[in-house]
Design a protein around this ligand. Sequence first.
Ligand SMILES: [Zn+2]
Length: 538
Amino acid sequence: MHDAIEKSFLASLEMTRFKGFLQDHHYISNQYIFVAQLINLILKWYCSKTKKQHLVSVYFERLENYCRKFYALNIKIFNWNSVNSVQKYNQKPDLKIWLKNPLSILAENAGGGILLEGARIIELIPSGKQPSSEYDSVFDASCHVILPGLINLHHHFYQTLTRVYPQALNKELFPWLKTLYPLWAGITPEALRMATRLALAELLLSGCTTASDQHYVFPAGLENAIDLQVEEAQILGIRMVLCRGSMDRSEKDGGLPPDSVVQTCDEILADSERLIQQYHNPEEGAMTQITLAPCSPFSVSETVMRESAMLAKKHHVLLHTHLAETEDENSFCLKTIGCRPLDYLEQVGWLNNKTWLAHGIHFTDEEIQKLAAAKTGISHCPSSNMVLSSGVCRVMDLEKAGVPVGLGVDGSASNDSSNLMQEVRQAFLLQRLQHGSKVTHLDALRWATEGGANVLRRPELGRIAEGMQADLALFKLDELRFSGNGDPLAALVICGAHQADRVMVAGKWIVEDGQILGLDLEQLQAQHYREAKRLQEK
Ligand SMILES: [Zn+2]
């Protein structure tokens, strides 16, 4: 009994020290500490009232284990050496803030701004009006254009390590991939960590609040790739959809990638299920979600495609893959599988409203109708399609037919930039070229916001309206390129905005004055550059 009480006292002491330690580092986790202290008090009481000391020691062990895990997590965070302090955690999330009188806003009847409470938008205020309820603070948005936070549907963060790699320059998709696979086989966990952090920083600074990444290269030693990506996204505070990619069809089985970067079907499925159970949050407002994302028909076996679809159905998660990106892919599918890519997709159980496809360029009219009937989504990646000369996605036709369409920057090695706001402009220009003045800047902004949310089945994201998540991107028009503009919203797209001044995710400011809070970009760049050079010189 005495031992148990002493242990309890020590645990309380440890908690208090913990709290001081966390506060010193501007890293408040009061809820956790409160719960641990409450458990402690209950244990003390239990100790004094019963003689079941054996049970008490079991509980103590559990509590201690939790403490250790939490401590280890903090150590990891503070070793995260390009972060000085994570100030955003100091914000009190339940306060009401009025973003007042924006220069312009992508919302109906909100000229007076919007009122936020915690993670949500609770009121749209018409011009010249005040919020209808009390508020705690005001942010003067008179120099800002407010957009819903942009949603990125397709990326491969690791490819920031091989941007404009000389031997891969000026190549189309298949030869481009074959040049880069051997390099990607050498990616280490530290290199992926830097690539993830850098790509997320680029996305955030371009106004992106929900990022998705498809990681499909798992060489030996990189088995926990998705876990470390989850950590990075959580620390930065961006909303993240992690697409657990996979490849099991290497050169020896008639696929494109070398043996060194593929996994077996069993490894892929076991890890996919583990990740869903560990990280997927199905709830409204979720910050972390997992989807299953076999890479493409030319790198994945039919078994992995079918089994992934079944696993996704079992756990109610989405599916994502590349499809209809090039004519080479059509020829490959016809030759090896005996049908076109979309027919193959249907055969393996993927043609439904839980699937979204990167690129979706080479579809016939009939195939577009099929996609529309199934409500399968498309991530249009204009820069990548232009760089790799893949073709032009029929965005207007897809949308008209009822297919959900959003935007993606795609992997950095094909786009060479992770700037989603620039991608809005690219999408606008490319569709303008095809369809003339029918395409407006508002179409392009819709694809990057509401369109992306529809594709991800996240109705609480992508729009500025009452009840929606407070994910916002605020742009200033104080650069030379905007001077003289007559329409602030059109100026963002047509004059070419590329950096947000402020970004908010779930009611918390992540970017202020063009800086990600707590992140030393110069140091991050040096670390990332070092890892990229190391990989390219292997
Ligand atoms: Zn891609």
